[in-house]
Write a protein that binds this ligand. Structure first.
Ligand code: BGC
Length: 245
């Protein structure tokens, strides 16, 4: 099936049509800056703009950085408070005129990696962690997703993990890779003790620089980086809009 996949991020909104059977993008990915303050209406207008530039009238799947229940964002850690309680599925559908389905952005990236990337065919428990402005998590068991896990907000040493170990924290505090890897080790160890996973997959913009931190991770569980790099969010958003047969 062909679905327009859109990844809404803090700095950019990216989209491309996706073939959900192969995971291939069917057109050049478009990126538009996220409107200042990232409020619902202006963000929906950007999604409309992306849909129009592909002459799109089919279904749209959108990955969004918040837990989503039945199209409604439940919490706003890195997005405008105005999203909380807004029925985003309905808003995006009204503005674009296409049927829109929202899912959490880390769940989207995880679905893409489990279907077409580093987690394909992986049995047991797999945890996808996206390191970016925030920390997103997606947990799979035998390929099945438990949606909306928010372990980026796990408290580690008295602080929200995302505040200390996101890529934004690394940049904000100008941490060396060695210091940053130390924080990641603490965070991954905390997750290990709670979930006893079989594999961690690291995604987000930082997956491109894996050679700088992967060798410094000392945890027991195997860790790999996402294979789909910055396409995982778009492809997974499209997968999230697939309706069960
Ligand atoms: C949000 C998550 C999101 C993650 C990555 C966190 O702050 O609470 O829902 O998946 O950032 O964008």
């Amino acid at each position: 099936m062909q679905i327009l996949g859109i990844d809404v991020g803090g700095s950019g909104i990216k989209g491309a049509p996706v073939d959900t059977e192969t995971g291939q993008l069917l057109g050049e990915r478009i990126r538009i800056k996220t409107p200042k303050n990232g409020e619902p209406e202006p963000v929906a207008e950007v999604v409309k703009q992306i849909a129009q530039s592909f002459n799109w009238s089919g279904p749209i799947g959108i990955g969004f950085p918040a837990p989503i229940k039945s199209g409604v964002a439940m919490m706003a850690a890195n997005v405008s408070e105005k999203w909380v309680g807004t029925n985003a599925d309905a808003l995006f559908t009204k503005v674009t005129g296409c049927e829109c389905t929202l899912i959490n952005d880390a769940d989207a990236a995880g679905l893409a990696e489990m279907t077409f990337g580093a987690g394909r065919g992986q049995p047991g428990t797999v945890i996808m962690i996206t390191l970016g402005t925030g920390i997103g998590t997606a947990i799979f068991h035998h390929g099945h997703l438990l949606p909306n896990t928010e372990f980026g907000h796990l408290e580690v040493e008295g602080e929200d993990a995302e505040f200390r170990a996101s890529d934004a924290a690394r940049q904000r505090e100008e941490l060396s890779w060695k210091k940053y890897a130390k924080r990641l080790n603490k965070y991954f160890t905390a997750l290990e003790k709670l979930f006893w996973p079989d594999l961690f997959i690291i995604g987000g913009g930082i997956s491109k620089e894996s050679e700088k931190y992967l060798p410094l991770l000392t945890i027991e569980t195997p860790v790999v980086t996402a294979q789909m790099l910055n396409q995982a969010g778009i492809v997974g958003a499209a997968l999230g809009a697939l309706k069960p047969d």
